[in-house]
Design a protein around this ligand. Structure first.
Ligand SMILES: C[S@@+](CC[C@H](N)C(=O)[O-])C[C@H]1O[C@@H](n2cnc3c(N)ncnc32)[C@H](O)[C@@H]1O
Length: 268
Protein backbone atom coordinates (compact mmCIF):
# COMPACT_ATOMS: atom_id res chain seq x y z
CA UNK A 1 0.00 0.00 0.00
CA UNK A 2 1.41 3.42 -1.00
CA UNK A 3 1.24 6.52 1.23
CA UNK A 4 -1.49 7.96 -1.06
CA UNK A 5 -3.55 4.79 -0.78
CA UNK A 6 -3.08 4.81 2.98
CA UNK A 7 -4.28 8.43 3.19
CA UNK A 8 -7.28 7.76 0.96
CA UNK A 9 -8.33 4.94 3.28
CA UNK A 10 -7.57 6.52 6.60
CA UNK A 11 -8.53 10.21 6.15
CA UNK A 12 -12.33 9.72 5.93
CA UNK A 13 -12.22 7.58 9.07
CA UNK A 14 -10.63 10.51 10.88
CA UNK A 15 -13.12 13.02 9.45
CA UNK A 16 -10.40 14.54 7.26
CA UNK A 17 -9.86 15.18 3.56
CA UNK A 18 -6.78 13.45 2.26
CA UNK A 19 -5.46 15.86 -0.36
CA UNK A 20 -3.92 18.69 1.66
CA UNK A 21 -1.52 16.52 3.60
CA UNK A 22 0.34 15.00 0.72
CA UNK A 23 3.50 16.56 1.97
CA UNK A 24 6.88 15.04 2.44
CA UNK A 25 7.14 16.14 6.06
CA UNK A 26 3.88 14.45 6.97
CA UNK A 27 4.86 11.24 5.18
CA UNK A 28 8.13 11.16 7.11
CA UNK A 29 6.31 11.60 10.41
CA UNK A 30 3.90 8.75 9.62
CA UNK A 31 6.83 6.52 8.62
CA UNK A 32 8.63 7.35 11.86
CA UNK A 33 5.54 6.37 13.85
CA UNK A 34 5.24 3.09 11.91
CA UNK A 35 8.84 2.22 12.84
CA UNK A 36 8.25 3.23 16.47
CA UNK A 37 5.39 0.73 16.64
CA UNK A 38 7.56 -2.02 15.15
CA UNK A 39 5.72 -2.16 11.84
CA UNK A 40 7.16 -1.72 8.39
CA UNK A 41 4.18 -1.13 6.11
CA UNK A 42 1.31 1.36 5.79
CA UNK A 43 -1.33 -1.41 5.72
CA UNK A 44 -0.13 -2.77 9.09
CA UNK A 45 -0.41 0.72 10.56
CA UNK A 46 -3.88 1.17 9.02
CA UNK A 47 -5.12 -1.91 10.89
CA UNK A 48 -3.72 -0.54 14.15
CA UNK A 49 -5.37 2.87 13.60
CA UNK A 50 -8.70 1.19 12.90
CA UNK A 51 -8.56 -0.71 16.19
CA UNK A 52 -7.03 1.87 18.52
CA UNK A 53 -8.81 5.19 19.21
CA UNK A 54 -5.68 6.66 20.82
CA UNK A 55 -3.67 5.95 17.70
CA UNK A 56 -6.46 7.50 15.65
CA UNK A 57 -6.14 10.72 17.59
CA UNK A 58 -2.33 10.60 17.35
CA UNK A 59 -2.51 10.23 13.57
CA UNK A 60 -5.03 13.11 13.31
CA UNK A 61 -2.45 15.32 15.00
CA UNK A 62 0.28 14.20 12.61
CA UNK A 63 -1.88 14.91 9.59
CA UNK A 64 -2.84 18.48 10.51
CA UNK A 65 -0.16 21.11 10.33
CA UNK A 66 0.45 23.12 13.50
CA UNK A 67 2.25 26.13 12.07
CA UNK A 68 0.92 29.56 13.01
CA UNK A 69 2.14 33.11 13.46
CA UNK A 70 1.20 36.31 15.24
CA UNK A 71 -1.16 38.63 13.32
CA UNK A 72 -1.39 36.03 10.54
CA UNK A 73 -2.91 37.80 7.52
CA UNK A 74 -2.45 41.20 9.08
CA UNK A 75 -5.34 42.80 7.12
CA UNK A 76 -7.74 40.52 9.01
CA UNK A 77 -6.55 42.05 12.28
CA UNK A 78 -6.78 45.54 10.72
CA UNK A 79 -10.45 44.87 9.91
CA UNK A 80 -11.02 43.56 13.43
CA UNK A 81 -9.58 46.79 14.74
CA UNK A 82 -11.40 49.23 12.47
CA UNK A 83 -14.77 47.49 12.08
CA UNK A 84 -15.49 44.26 13.92
CA UNK A 85 -14.45 45.11 17.48
CA UNK A 86 -16.03 48.60 17.36
CA UNK A 87 -19.31 46.98 16.21
CA UNK A 88 -19.20 44.33 18.94
CA UNK A 89 -18.33 46.91 21.59
CA UNK A 90 -21.12 49.31 20.61
CA UNK A 91 -23.52 49.88 23.51
CA UNK A 92 -21.42 47.71 25.75
CA UNK A 93 -20.28 49.53 28.85
CA UNK A 94 -19.62 46.88 31.47
CA UNK A 95 -19.46 43.39 30.10
CA UNK A 96 -17.32 40.49 29.05
CA UNK A 97 -16.08 40.22 25.51
CA UNK A 98 -15.85 36.51 24.74
CA UNK A 99 -13.54 35.26 22.01
CA UNK A 100 -12.76 31.65 21.08
CA UNK A 101 -9.73 30.59 19.07
CA UNK A 102 -10.31 27.05 17.75
CA UNK A 103 -7.10 25.20 16.84
CA UNK A 104 -4.97 27.84 18.54
CA UNK A 105 -1.60 26.07 17.92
CA UNK A 106 1.03 27.58 20.26
CA UNK A 107 -1.04 30.64 21.08
CA UNK A 108 -0.08 33.02 18.28
CA UNK A 109 -3.70 33.73 17.26
CA UNK A 110 -5.32 34.25 20.70
CA UNK A 111 -2.33 36.29 21.90
CA UNK A 112 -2.63 38.50 18.80
CA UNK A 113 -6.21 39.30 19.84
CA UNK A 114 -5.05 40.06 23.37
CA UNK A 115 -2.28 42.31 22.01
CA UNK A 116 -4.70 44.15 19.73
CA UNK A 117 -7.01 44.70 22.68
CA UNK A 118 -4.27 46.00 24.97
CA UNK A 119 -2.74 48.23 22.32
CA UNK A 120 -5.89 49.76 20.83
CA UNK A 121 -9.01 49.23 22.96
CA UNK A 122 -8.42 48.51 26.64
CA UNK A 123 -7.97 52.14 27.71
CA UNK A 124 -11.23 53.28 26.05
CA UNK A 125 -13.30 50.40 27.43
CA UNK A 126 -12.35 50.10 31.09
CA UNK A 127 -15.60 48.32 31.95
CA UNK A 128 -15.15 45.54 29.41
CA UNK A 129 -13.24 42.39 30.32
CA UNK A 130 -11.71 40.47 27.44
CA UNK A 131 -11.84 36.72 27.90
CA UNK A 132 -10.23 34.53 25.25
CA UNK A 133 -10.70 30.78 25.22
CA UNK A 134 -7.97 29.10 23.19
CA UNK A 135 -8.40 25.41 22.39
CA UNK A 136 -6.38 22.79 20.57
CA UNK A 137 -6.36 19.01 20.34
CA UNK A 138 -2.60 18.90 20.92
CA UNK A 139 -1.46 19.18 24.56
CA UNK A 140 2.12 19.85 23.50
CA UNK A 141 1.07 22.94 21.56
CA UNK A 142 -0.93 24.19 24.55
CA UNK A 143 2.03 23.83 26.92
CA UNK A 144 4.15 25.79 24.45
CA UNK A 145 1.43 28.43 24.25
CA UNK A 146 1.43 28.83 28.02
CA UNK A 147 5.18 29.34 27.99
CA UNK A 148 4.82 32.25 25.55
CA UNK A 149 8.31 32.03 24.02
CA UNK A 150 8.60 32.60 20.28
CA UNK A 151 11.10 32.72 17.46
CA UNK A 152 11.33 35.91 15.45
CA UNK A 153 9.96 34.17 12.34
CA UNK A 154 6.52 33.74 13.95
CA UNK A 155 6.37 37.49 14.62
CA UNK A 156 7.11 38.84 11.17
CA UNK A 157 3.62 40.36 10.72
CA UNK A 158 3.62 41.91 14.19
CA UNK A 159 3.66 45.74 14.33
CA UNK A 160 6.98 47.12 15.58
CA UNK A 161 5.42 49.02 18.49
CA UNK A 162 3.68 45.84 19.69
CA UNK A 163 7.01 44.00 19.60
CA UNK A 164 8.64 46.75 21.60
CA UNK A 165 5.83 47.17 24.13
CA UNK A 166 4.92 43.57 24.92
CA UNK A 167 7.92 41.29 24.31
CA UNK A 168 11.23 40.85 26.08
CA UNK A 169 14.16 39.63 23.98
CA UNK A 170 16.45 36.94 25.42
CA UNK A 171 19.05 35.05 23.37
CA UNK A 172 17.16 35.67 20.13
CA UNK A 173 13.87 34.40 21.64
CA UNK A 174 10.94 36.77 22.18
CA UNK A 175 9.13 36.33 25.47
CA UNK A 176 5.60 37.57 25.84
CA UNK A 177 4.77 39.74 28.87
CA UNK A 178 2.54 38.03 31.48
CA UNK A 179 -0.03 40.86 31.28
CA UNK A 180 -0.87 39.79 27.70
CA UNK A 181 -1.33 36.18 28.78
CA UNK A 182 -3.82 37.05 31.50
CA UNK A 183 -6.82 37.32 29.16
CA UNK A 184 -6.18 33.95 27.52
CA UNK A 185 -7.21 30.57 28.94
CA UNK A 186 -5.89 27.43 27.20
CA UNK A 187 -7.81 24.18 27.15
CA UNK A 188 -7.47 20.86 25.35
CA UNK A 189 -10.52 20.36 23.17
CA UNK A 190 -11.32 18.42 20.01
CA UNK A 191 -13.67 20.54 17.91
CA UNK A 192 -14.80 17.53 15.92
CA UNK A 193 -15.68 15.23 18.78
CA UNK A 194 -16.56 17.47 21.73
CA UNK A 195 -19.33 19.92 22.58
CA UNK A 196 -18.79 23.64 21.85
CA UNK A 197 -18.63 26.46 24.42
CA UNK A 198 -21.57 28.90 24.47
CA UNK A 199 -21.78 32.71 24.62
CA UNK A 200 -19.05 33.74 22.18
CA UNK A 201 -18.88 37.17 20.50
CA UNK A 202 -16.15 36.25 18.03
CA UNK A 203 -14.86 32.85 16.95
CA UNK A 204 -11.64 32.27 15.05
CA UNK A 205 -11.55 28.97 13.20
CA UNK A 206 -8.68 29.45 10.79
CA UNK A 207 -6.55 27.03 8.83
CA UNK A 208 -7.99 23.87 10.35
CA UNK A 209 -11.62 22.88 9.74
CA UNK A 210 -12.08 24.37 6.29
CA UNK A 211 -8.68 23.17 5.07
CA UNK A 212 -8.29 19.69 6.54
CA UNK A 213 -11.72 18.38 7.46
CA UNK A 214 -14.08 16.46 5.16
CA UNK A 215 -17.24 18.29 4.00
CA UNK A 216 -19.28 16.31 6.52
CA UNK A 217 -16.97 17.29 9.38
CA UNK A 218 -16.98 20.91 8.19
CA UNK A 219 -20.78 21.00 8.48
CA UNK A 220 -20.60 19.48 11.94
CA UNK A 221 -18.15 22.12 13.12
CA UNK A 222 -20.05 24.96 11.44
CA UNK A 223 -23.21 24.00 13.34
CA UNK A 224 -21.24 23.95 16.59
CA UNK A 225 -19.86 27.40 15.85
CA UNK A 226 -23.37 28.67 15.05
CA UNK A 227 -24.70 27.43 18.38
CA UNK A 228 -21.72 28.81 20.26
CA UNK A 229 -21.98 32.36 18.92
CA UNK A 230 -24.22 34.99 20.47
CA UNK A 231 -26.71 36.74 18.25
CA UNK A 232 -24.76 38.95 15.78
CA UNK A 233 -21.56 37.09 16.67
CA UNK A 234 -18.67 36.96 14.20
CA UNK A 235 -16.82 34.05 12.63
CA UNK A 236 -13.33 34.47 11.17
CA UNK A 237 -11.98 31.70 8.91
CA UNK A 238 -8.65 31.41 7.06
CA UNK A 239 -7.91 33.75 4.14
CA UNK A 240 -7.65 30.83 1.70
CA UNK A 241 -10.67 28.97 3.04
CA UNK A 242 -14.37 29.08 2.22
CA UNK A 243 -17.48 28.00 4.08
CA UNK A 244 -19.59 25.12 2.81
CA UNK A 245 -22.98 26.21 1.48
CA UNK A 246 -25.79 25.72 3.96
CA UNK A 247 -29.52 25.78 3.69
CA UNK A 248 -30.90 27.67 5.48
CA UNK A 249 -28.03 30.16 5.49
CA UNK A 250 -26.06 30.10 8.74
CA UNK A 251 -23.54 32.88 8.13
CA UNK A 252 -23.37 35.96 5.94
CA UNK A 253 -20.07 37.37 4.68
CA UNK A 254 -19.58 40.82 6.18
CA UNK A 255 -15.99 41.32 5.01
CA UNK A 256 -15.68 38.75 2.22
CA UNK A 257 -12.02 39.40 1.36
CA UNK A 258 -10.97 38.95 4.97
CA UNK A 259 -13.29 35.93 5.34
CA UNK A 260 -15.18 37.48 8.22
CA UNK A 261 -18.80 36.34 8.62
CA UNK A 262 -21.68 37.21 10.90
CA UNK A 263 -24.18 34.77 12.34
CA UNK A 264 -27.32 35.03 10.24
CA UNK A 265 -30.53 35.89 12.01
CA UNK A 266 -33.49 35.45 9.64
CA UNK A 267 -35.80 37.55 11.85
CA UNK A 268 -33.85 40.74 11.40
C1 LIG B 1 -2.46 25.20 11.14
S1 LIG B 1 -2.81 25.34 12.83
C2 LIG B 1 -3.81 26.82 12.82
C3 LIG B 1 -3.39 27.80 13.88
C4 LIG B 1 -4.13 29.13 13.84
N1 LIG B 1 -5.55 28.96 13.93
C5 LIG B 1 -3.78 29.89 12.59
O1 LIG B 1 -4.61 30.03 11.69
O2 LIG B 1 -2.63 30.36 12.49
C6 LIG B 1 -4.04 24.04 13.14
C7 LIG B 1 -4.17 23.64 14.61
O3 LIG B 1 -5.36 22.86 14.77
C8 LIG B 1 -5.11 21.84 15.73
N2 LIG B 1 -6.10 20.76 15.56
C9 LIG B 1 -6.05 19.70 14.71
N3 LIG B 1 -7.17 18.96 14.83
C10 LIG B 1 -7.95 19.55 15.79
C11 LIG B 1 -9.22 19.26 16.37
N4 LIG B 1 -9.93 18.19 15.96
N5 LIG B 1 -9.71 20.09 17.33
C12 LIG B 1 -8.98 21.17 17.74
N6 LIG B 1 -7.77 21.49 17.23
C13 LIG B 1 -7.26 20.71 16.26
C14 LIG B 1 -3.67 21.44 15.46
O4 LIG B 1 -3.11 20.81 16.61
C15 LIG B 1 -3.03 22.79 15.12
O5 LIG B 1 -2.45 23.38 16.25
Amino acid sequence: MSFDEFLKEVAPRLGLQWRPFQRRGVKRKVERRIIELGFSRFDEYLLRVQKDPEEKSRLSKILTVTISRFFRDKEVFDTLETSVLPAVLKNREKKELNVWSIGCASGEEPYSVSLLWKEKFKKDFPGVRLSILATDIDEKMLRRAEEGRYKKSSLRETPQEVLENFFKKEDGILILYPSVKKSVGFKRHDILREEPFPGMDIIFCRNLTFTYFSKESQMKVLKKIFSSLKEKGYLVIGRDESLPLTFPTLFIPIFPTQKIYRKFNPNR
